[in-house]
Write a protein that binds this ligand. Sequence first.
Ligand code: HEC
Ligand code: HEC
Length: 306
Amino acid sequence: MKFNLRHLPFVGWLGALLLSACQTTPPPPPGTSGNAQRGFALAESGCTSCHAFNRPTSAPVAPNWAVIAQAYERDEGALMRFLQAPGKAGTRVAGALEQFGPMPDMGLTAQQAHDLAAFIAEASFDPATGTLSDADRWRAEPADVAPLEQALNMARATKSTLGKQLMAALASGGAVHAVPFCNERAIPLTDSVSRSLNARIRRVSDRPRNPENRALGAEWDYLKAGHAALASGQSVEPAITKSDDQYTAYVPILTNAMCLQCHGALGSDVQSETRDRIAAAYPSDEATGYSTNELRGMWVVEFVSK
Ligand code: HEC
Ligand code: HEC
């Protein structure tokens, strides 16, 4: 099947479906409940690039918080199901899928979905603007977040910034036109998120497209172990190490259907025009031939503990 803009909603949906067929998302154990404060921290780092807390300065790319909160009022279970497999469980915000296209799978655990649902239920959103109206309340109590969770939040923030821009680039002309975006913008964008989060965040791979993104040493070892884990039906878990006061975290990056139009099989997934563009910019490209749910690479997040 050839991919183009018109197929994108379907592709995202298919990706979620394929992913969810491979991952079982167990419900949280009975008696656990969402922590709204953690949910706020998660939303601020992982959701606001598309669902702004403040009045957005450009045209919105996703439904606003007030609309979301209203659509899922008193149905935390349905909200958690959507968050863990966007597109699969069906959508509730009328017209959102048609207007904005599908939401990328954010790779949330059941507990994180629970925390987000608690935040969405407890926070106040302005029905007129859709913005968060009690931001001061949430910001006043910084969550006590463990280092690994901080690293995951930073990786998620970077992913969602890149994801938003990639979605926009794909929507404005398909994969062929999005290649230059990844080519010119991926590293600067990652760098700017790094600066804003006061961390060093990189994306590396054992089969890089850009030779500057090659995984080395312990990074390569982590990916090798990750491939072995996936091959034996296990999942790849994030890892964190500490030396002096510096943390280094590794967060796996898996493929979904959307990635294949630039990283899949040449000829079938990757159209020839896209392939030519990629070949021109990356003569030593190793990053094709992937299928879904494979380990494409990893985030490396380095930061100093607070
Ligand atoms: C890269 C952009 C992007 C990011 C990041 C993102 N979303 Fe979305 N979200 C979308 C788009 C596009 C839609 C519209 C599609 C839909 O409604 O199914 C959407 C829709 C939703 C909906 C409404 C679903 C429905 O029933 O229609 C919820 C709830 C939601 N997002 C929650 C979140 C949360 C929580 C986060 C952070 C963990 C998040 N989103 C991060 C783009 C994004
Ligand atoms: C429109 C084409 C396109 C799509 C779609 C795309 N990528 Fe890429 N990807 C690229 C390009 C071009 C680069 C090289 C960027 C650079 O020069 O830093 C790249 C680089 C990467 C890297 C950094 C390591 C390397 O190989 O240089 C990772 C990891 C990655 N992509 C993962 C993904 C994942 C996961 C998806 C799907 C969610 C995806 N990509 C979707 C074009 C794409």
